[in-house]
Design a binder for this molecule. Structure first.
Ligand code: SAM
Length: 230
């Protein structure tokens, strides 16, 4: 499906608005990952792998402010990838951005590995433990040894009272900005379709995938972020 520029702009704004309601501190999260990558990578040229690049927010957060970075983004959603491509064009980043429709499994085999990788708000869409592990192992395999990785995901033990409490808070973010009660009630059911696992299980997955020095750097409502090294 082809979208014209006006549709892409509207979709991009709708996606960003929703993300900022859903994840308070969403923009700060990207600034923190940028600071982590900068601290690890210094001033050198660096290739960044973005897993789940749809929507293009990694590109708009990091593209212009890091002229030494080039980006390879993968995402299986054509619509989300079109938004990312639109942003890359608007920000005149095309010469440093390559976007591939598909998952990390569709990356062409290359002799050189990446200097850093991110996987932001993707892991909870992957159903099974083994699939989550395979994704993280693949990311690990695409990184040069010791290089930084940032993971952000929803977390929580399914059916726990603790998670239900956090879902109510998450719903209140949408009520506060005027979403109708009925819609927010439905969203409370829909959010349970994502694949929640606990924060300890996410850390276990990172370890099993081979990552080291795992540190949690971000928590906001339903979501948390970890930085680590390949
Ligand atoms: C909530 S969006 C997050 C996009 C972006 N990382 C951000 O933080 O704004 C989730 C994205 O993950 C993508 N996605 C789902 N499964 C994926 C997979 N196996 N590999 C890469 N991306 C995936 C979806 O298509 C969607 O574009």
């Amino acid at each position: 499906m082809k979208n014209d520029a006006t549709q892409l702009l509207q979709k991009s704004q709708a996606y960003e608005n929703n993300a900022r309601i859903s994840v308070p501190g969403y923009d700060t999260l990207f600034s923190m990952v940028q600071a982590y990558f900068r601290a690890q990578l210094g001033e050198q040229q660096a290739s960044i792998l973005i897993v789940g690049a749809g929507g293009g927010n990694e590109l708009s957060a990091w593209g212009q402010s890091n002229s030494n970075w080039s980006f390879t983004g993968v995402d299986p959603s054509e619509e989300m990838l079109q938004i990312a491509s639109y942003k890359a064009e608007q920000l005149q980043l095309e010469s440093r951005v390559q976007l591939l429709l598909g998952t990390i499994d569709h990356l062409p085999s290359a002799d050189t590995k990446f200097d850093a990788a991110s996987c932001i708000l993707v892991l909870h869409f992957i159903e099974e433990w083994q699939e989550k592990l395979a994704l993280l192992q693949n990311i690990h395999g695409q990184l040069k040894p010791g290089k930084p990785f940032a993971l952000v995901s929803a977390f929580g033990q399914r059916d726990s009272a603790e998670l239900q409490d956090r879902i109510k808070i998450w719903q209140s973010f949408f009520l506060d900005v005027g979403y109708p009660q009925a819609k927010v009630k439905d969203m409370g059911k829909v959010i349970m379709n994502i694949s929640f696992i606990s924060d300890q299980q996410i850390e276990q997955l990172l370890k099993e995938a081979g990552f080291q020095h795992i540190a949690r750097f971000f928590t906001s409502g339903l979501f948390a972020g970890w930085m680590c090294h390949a």
